[in-house]
Design a protein around this ligand. Structure first.
Ligand SMILES: [Zn+2]
Length: 141
């Protein structure tokens, strides 16, 4: 369900907000309080980040993408150079860690910005029964 569109004046786009961890309402920095944990609210405009439900979608997607990428690269390095095992540890452990943290931050920020721009809220039983259509001015007047 969507409500009225929020005022979009001066707001960053989804990609800009995601790449630079910007507040989707005012564009100030400080979206994250930890490596991948959102701050409770925006320090500039007070937007409550906890009210957005980003969920675990980015983590599952990143696991598959990064896993496939690293396995492919590790196979190529092994077949091309036949290095000792410690080379794989030195190469892939930091890459996996960095790509996962960076990917989680970007994807979580993108989902939060998309939810904010679309004014998305969780559907309720009322929405699923179709009662919402009668509440939106479709009374036939
Ligand atoms: Zn803000």
């Amino acid at each position: 369900m969507t409500g009225p569109a929020p005022d979009t004046k001066g707001q960053p786009g989804i990609s800009q907000a995601a790449l630079f961890a910007l507040c989707p309402r005012c564009g100030s920095q400080g979206l994250f309080a930890g490596l991948t944990r959102f701050a409770p609210r925006c320090k500039s405009c007070g937007l409550d980040y906890a009210s957005f439900n980003v969920g675990d979608g980015p983590a599952a997607f990143l696991t598959m993408v990064i896993g496939a990428l690293v396995v492919g690269l590790a196979l190529w390095v092994q077949l091309a150079f036949e290095p000792p095992l410690w080379v794989h540890l030195v190469l892939w452990a930091p890459l996996i860690f960095g790509a996962t943290i960076w990917g989680l931050r970007v994807s979580k920020a993108a989902l939060l910005a998309a939810e904010f721009q679309r004014n998305a809220v969780e559907a309720t039983g009322k929405d699923l029964r179709g009662d919402a259509a009668t509440d939106t001015g479709q009374s036939g007047d």
